[in-house]
Design a protein around this ligand. Structure first.
Ligand code: LLP
Length: 423
């Protein structure tokens, strides 16, 4: 099998052992297609790099929250990183136990904190003093001790392809600025219903090199040392996610061994259990968005390829000017330079601008690559479009793991006849 699970066989693209035209005829387009064995391979690769040191891989559910994808990772012994009550609900539905869960996020509600404590999550990552006070209060009311970690903002310089996916720089809304950590640690010592069990960080997503990690780890470990000296039972070091994946042909995959070497070296002799929160790395390359060309269009000297998928299905190009490779499912002759665009009434609705690609015609299937992370999870119903189907391939079998929405689904929660209430 190829590195991503997708490859041409006699001119037709396959996902593992299943041809994409087979899937398109069975479920229609647009559809997300994921390769289970690639997700497994990535998980094992990462676990292998951390072999021999206590660690847990907590998949960032926001990257791909389909119950069956979560199930693949649970079967391998993974845990999850969640950022909402909805993600916690999904994780439990997928069979994870409370102890498999780390709860991150800058704005947890009282209801979400109750839900997390009720489920017995491994850690709640605290992002502000105000939130800490609420967690302590809720835990006290429930008669439990909340296991917490401080999410530190190490304030390092982070290079990411887009500003929106940086998090560990100064001035971001995330985490406790490193200079404020000592004060918060002392404050935690005064609270009765929380226990400081970890320190964590998340530097950003799609981080191209190891420099920010190298800069940030000593800062995080200084916070661990301070917390331990103050008597807190710190046993977890959460290094967040952020491992990059190649989207363009010239990009190279993240060096997992290098990453592991740096993290392992920092954690050595600390007795800490590492928590890793990869999202994209585990699932991005395992997935494509399968779409059909509806029309070719020539206007104002330009060529357009109009697809049946739009920015509501995959928003990354519109939101981050993100690059996704686009390949015809059946090898096609000829060359074309075109904008690949969706049917949505927005100029931002494109998958590629001035892209050279084979001379695909109406009816052709295209694979928008590297769409397994932050694809379906960021899909919307904009323009009242039903969200696409999701399919999991596992060797020579495939299953629908997310049914295409219907028009009924679109209006299910809305009311045409109103029950007015008086003020
Ligand atoms: N942990 C925390 C606390 C996070 O906030 C994130 C991602 C992760 C882990 C996983 O990061 P990853 O390993 O996937 O890089 N929608 C954007 C990405 C936003 C990432 C937000 N946080 C995109 O499509 O590129």
């Amino acid at each position: 099998m190829s590195r991503t699970g997708f490859e041409y066989r006699q001119g037709t693209m396959f996902a593992e052992e299943v041809s994409l035209p087979t899937i398109a005829s069975a479920v229609g387009t647009p559809a997300y297609v994921y390769c289970a064995n690639i997700i497994r391979a990535r998980f094992r690769r990462l676990a292998h790099a951390f072999e021999g040191i206590p660690h847990h891989i907590h998949f960032a559910v926001k990257a791909n929250s389909n119950l069956s994808v979560l199930g693949v990772l649970r079967e391998l012994g993974g845990g999850v990183d969640i950022v909402s009550g909805g993600e916690l609900y999904r994780a439990l539905q997928a069979g994870f136990r409370g102890d498999d869960v780390v709860f991150s996020g800058v704005g947890k509600t009282v209801a979400e904190i109750e839900q997390a404590l009720g489920a017995g999550v491994r850690l709640i990552n605290v992002e502000s003093e105000a939130e800490l006070v609420v967690i302590d209060h809720v835990a006290g009311r429930m008669g439990v001790t909340a296991p917490i970690a401080i999410r530190v903002n190490p304030e390092v310089t982070v290079e990411t392809p887009h500003a929106y996916i940086k998090t560990g720089e100064k001035g971001q809304k995330f985490g406790i600025p490193r200079d404020d950590v000592a004060r918060l640690v002392t404050f935690i010592g005064e609270l009765r219903h929380v226990e400081l069990r970890g320190l964590g960080m998340h530097l950003g997503s799609q981080i191209g090199n190891a420099d920010p990690l190298r800069d940030a780890l000593p800062r995080l470990l200084a916070a661990v040392a301070f917390a331990r000296a103050a008597g807190h039972p710190v046993s977890f070091l959460d290094v967040g996610g952020g491992l990059s994946v190649p989207y363009e042909a010239h990009e190279v995959p993240a060096d997992i061994d290098d990453y592991a070497r740096i993290v392992r070296a920092a954690a050595r002799d600390t007795g800490l259990t590492l928590l890793l929160e990869p999202g994209r790395y585990l699932v991005a390359e395992s997935g494509v968005l399968l779409t059909e060309v509806l029309y070719r269009k020539h206007a104002a000297g330009k060529d357009f390829v109009v697809t049946d998928a739009g920015m509501n299905d995959l928003i990354r190009p519109a939101l981050y000017q993100a690059y996704h490779a686009i390949e015809p499912v059946v090898v096609t002759d000829g060359e074309l330079t075109a904008d690949v665009v969706g049917p949505i009434c927005e100029s931002g609705d494109f998958f590629a601008k001035d892209r050279s690609l084979p001379n695909v015609q109406a009816g052709a299937l295209l694979a928008v690559r590297t769409a397994g992370a932050y694809g379906f999870t960021m899909a919307s119903n904009y323009n009242s479009r039903a969200r696409p189907a999701e399919v999991l391939v596992d060797g020579n079998r495939f299953a629908v793991i997310g049914t295409r929405e219907t028009f009924d689904d679109l209006v299910r929660l809305e009311r045409a006849s109103l029950q007015w209430r008086t003020a």
